[in-house]
Structure formats: structure tokens, C-alpha cells
Design a protein around this ligand. Structure first.
Ligand SMILES: *Cc1c(COP(=O)(O)O)cnc(C)c1O
Length: 427
């Protein structure tokens, strides 16, 4: 039908990006406020306002402004660890030697903090209908390891997980839930904000997220005591004394008041960014309808923030594709395609896609860790695809899926051009 020659396609003059910052002007006013009042520091009005707005927006009691979401997740893990197992010795992590159930198909920042604190991530396989932690596999995991008391989950690409179900399972087993809402700010589940389900949650203002401070993040909690504990750890764990007095290890994790100025100027534009991302996603859905592909799924009762549009290719429309730890190969075939081919074509035409986040159980550093699916442990099944067996859900989505350019500033012409390029790949 389409072919690249027939449409005589030229590379985009403006690069079609995956996700970039979008500034509006108010950010500069708040940066200037920090400058003019000389609060060029990790205290100031911008931080106070960001914490107020972030808590209000996420429908939680308290937000603690931090240098990044990874720092927020670290303090979530420390709070959970202390609540579950008591105050650790200075030389030990809060989760020393304990198994923690973690999302498998996510960015590694979701679970790095579990490892910082000595925990052992046990990955929970992904489900096909949400591309997120599979509640059935989580139940299975609790039957295998009933002693586990902490679950860390993420909402991939701003498309919510079945977090209410996951929360119920955690409560049933007396486990705490940490909710990584870094990619899902403004997304909802049954009308409730992502970030309001976890016992502790984190959001990100990294440069590629739906709104940004260039960096930064917040820890979210309903407990004032926990918010204050996190704030103390984030400021080198200073005790209340005139001199520098210390009883425990601290961190330098506080948000800059300049960064907070950018975030403060961005919040009024969150809904507008979501609407733009949604329009991009819906245009892809419409334009790719006649191809053997499916866009990332939306669970009933959830409203995504549409941060990244992604697709998965039907199994019988995949051409052969092989990946090792750093390279990818494919064999072009008429009527078929694969993520590597589509990503190469997009790059050639000045459009930025990306493979699906590679599942954690497939990462070299976690090779010996367990991944639990609906039928039990999936350890050592990583290369099932190559061996010809049935891969776990995460490995399968990684093999057949990719992220599309999803910038909120993409023009309709650009999205249509990308749709035409993908058609050409299947010609
Ligand atoms: C971006 C991201 C993070 C980390 O956010 P930073 O603010 O860059 O530390 C954590 N988890 C997920 C799922 C992310 O996408």
C-alpha cells in the first residue's frame, strides 16, 4: 500500500522527539523570584509552593521536595524498611537480606533504592492487558514467599497499573506498597490520582517527564511524621541542635529552590500537556488501526496521562529479530516488520523512538534474581524466545514492542508522517 519511494518522504526538518521539556514563561518568573530574593538554596518559597501543589494535585497529605525521584524512592524504601523491621544499624541497610517484590518491566530507578538498602528484588511478571505488574503473579509470589512485606510497583509510560487490586493484595498479606508514579503524574485509577495509592509514593520532574523542573521529584505520604523523617534524612540527618549533631546517616537530597521555580511554573500546564499527549496517542491509534499492531493498553476505569505512546506487533507479523546485550539484527520480510526495523526507519527520517524498557529479569545484573509469573518462578527463561519456547510476558513485550515519538509538541503532520513510515515498514 504505502512505500517509502511512492510517498517520496523527506526526513522531518524538526526532529520528532520521544519526550522533551515544554516551557511556558512562568518558570522564568519563579526562577527570578529565587534570584531576586537570594533564596538560591535548598530552602525558599518555590519549594514550599511545589510541596503544597504536589500534595494537593496527588491527593495526599504531604509532599517532600527532593533532588530527584530516585532520591524520593530511596527515602520511601528507608521509611518502609524502618516501619517493617525497625531502625537499622548504621552499617546496615533498612532491608538487609530481605526479598522485595518489584515491577519487572520498568526503568531501573524504580528498584535501585531497594538494592541501596540491601534488599533483594524478586521480579513480578507483567500482564498483557495493562503492561504493568500482574496482580495474579503477585498473589502467586505471596504463596511462594509469604514472609515478604514490601512491594514496589510502577505505572509504565503513564498508563496506570491495576494499583487498587495490587494494594488490596498487599493489605491481605500485611505488606506495604511503594508506588513509583514517576511516569504517571496526573493519571487516575477510578478517579483517584496515581501516587495516592501507595503507603509511600514518588513523582519525578526529570527533563523527559510530563512536566519538568529540569530535575527534581517529590516523596508523597499521608503521614506528617514520615514526611518530617524524610525531610530530615534529606538534609544530612541533622539533629535539632545548634551545632551539627548526628545520630544516623543522612543524605543531601533536598530540591533546589531554583529547580522548584521551574516546577512551580509548570504545574498549571500539567492538564494541557496531558491533553496534547492524549491527542498524539489517539492519532496513532486511528492511523495504525489497519496494521497488525496494538497500542499500549488502557485498563478499564483508568485515565492515563499518555506520557509515552507505544505499540506491540502481532506475533505473526514479526520478521525475525535477534538481540544480544547491545546489538540487534533483523531479517526484512514483505508484509512483516519488527521494532528494530521501525526504529531504524524512524531514525533515518529524523524521528526518535525507543525500544520498550528492557525487563529487569533480563538485565545482566539481575540475571540470578527470580521473576515470578502466574505459574511460578520464571528464572532462566530469559532467552526462551531465542530457544523457541514461550517467553514470559515482559520478555515478549520487549521483543515485539517499541515506544513511538510522543512529544507533546509533535504536529499532526509529523504524527501522520510517522504513521506512514510504519505502514511502509509493513509493505
Ligand atoms: C524517570 C523515572 C524515575 C527516576 O526519576 P528521576 O527524577 O530521574 O530520578 C523513576 N522511575 C521511573 C519509572 C521513571 O520513569
Amino acid at each position: 500500500m504505502f512505500s517509502l519511494e511512492k510517498i517520496a518522504f523527506k526526513p522531518f526538518t524538526q526532529k520528532a522527539f520521544l519526550a522533551t521539556p515544554t516551557m511556558h514563561g512562568e518558570e522564568l518568573d519563579y526562577i527570578r523570584l529565587a534570584y531576586d530574593t537570594n533564596w538560591m538554596s535548598t530552602v525558599g518559597e518555590n519549594i514550599n509552593e511545589v510541596e503544597r501543589i504536589a500534595a494537593e494535585k496527588a491527593e495526599v497529605g504531604y509532599a517532600v521536595g527532593l533532588a530527584c525521584c530516585t532520591a524520593a524512592l530511596h527515602l520511601c524504601v528507608k521509611l518502609a524498611g524502618e516501619r517493617l523491621y525497625g531502625k537499622p544499624a548504621i552499617s546496615h541497610g533498612a532491608l538487609e537480606g530481605r526479598r522485595v517484590f518489584c515491577s519487572d518491566m520498568t526503568f531501573d530507578a524504580t528498584l535501585n533504592p531497594v538494592v541501596y538498602e540491601g534488599g533483594i528484588p524478586v521480579f513480578i511478571d507483567t500482564e498483557a492487558d495493562s503492561w504493568n505488574m500482574d496482580p495474579i503473579a503477585l498473589e502467586k509470589a505471596f504463596t511462594l514467599y509469604p514472609e515478604v512485606k514490601l512491594v514496589v510497583m510502577a505505572h509504565l509510560y503513564g498508563f496506570p497499573a491495576k494499583v487498587d487490586e495490587i494494594k488490596r493484595i498487599c493489605e491481605k498479606h500485611g505488606a506495604l506498597l511503594i508506588e513509583d508514579a514517576a511516569e504517571a503524574m496526573g493519571a487516575t485509577v477510578n478517579g483517584k490520582q496515581c501516587g495516592s495509592f501507595g503507603d509511600y509514593a514518588a513523582i519525578s520532574y526529570n527533563g523527559n517527564k510530563i512536566i519538568t523542573g529540569s530535575a527534581g521529584g517529590c516523596l508523597l505520604t499521608n503521614s506528617l511524621e514520615d514526611a518530617n523523617r524524610a525531610r530530615k534524612w534529606a538534609t544530612q540527618a541533622r539533629e535539632n541542635a545548634a551545632w551539627y549533631q548526628h545520630e544516623e546517616v543522612g543524605y543531601n537530597y533536598r530540591m533546589s529552590n531554583v529547580v522548584a521555580g521551574v516546577v512551580r511554573g509548570q504545574y498549571p500546564h500539567l492538564e494541557e500537556h496531558i491533553a496534547q499527549k492524549k491527542a498524539v496517542y489517539q492519532r496513532y491509534c486511528e492511523g495504525l488501526r489497519d496494521l497488525p499492531v496494538t497500542m499500549n493498553p488502557i485498563v478499564d476505569g483508568t485515565e492515563p496521562n499518555y506520557w509515552l505512546s507505544a505499540l506491540i506487533i502481532d506475533e505473526d507479523a514479526m520478521c525475525a529479530q535477534l538481540r544480544d546485550d547491545s546489538r540487534a539484527l533483523y531479517y526484512p520480510k514483505a508484509g512483516k516488520s519488527c521494532p528494530t526495523e521501525i526504529l531504524e526507519v524512524l531514525a533515518k527520517y529524523n524521528a526518535e523512538g525507543r525500544p520498550i524498557w528492557k525487563p529487569m529479569h533480563m538485565q545482566p545484573m539481575y540475571r540470578l534474581h527470580e521473576c515470578i509469573g502466574r505459574e511460578g518462578s520464571l528464572r532462566c527463561r530469559t532467552n526462551a524466545y531465542i530457544a523457541g519456547g514461550v517467553p514470559d510476558v515482559g520478555a515478549d513485550i520487549f521483543q515485539r514492542g517499541l515506544c513511538l515519538p510522543s512529544d507533546n509538541k509533535l504536529t499532526e503532520e509529523q504524527v501522520d508522517g510517522i504513521i506512514a513510515l510504519i505502514h511502509a515498514c509493513f509493505a
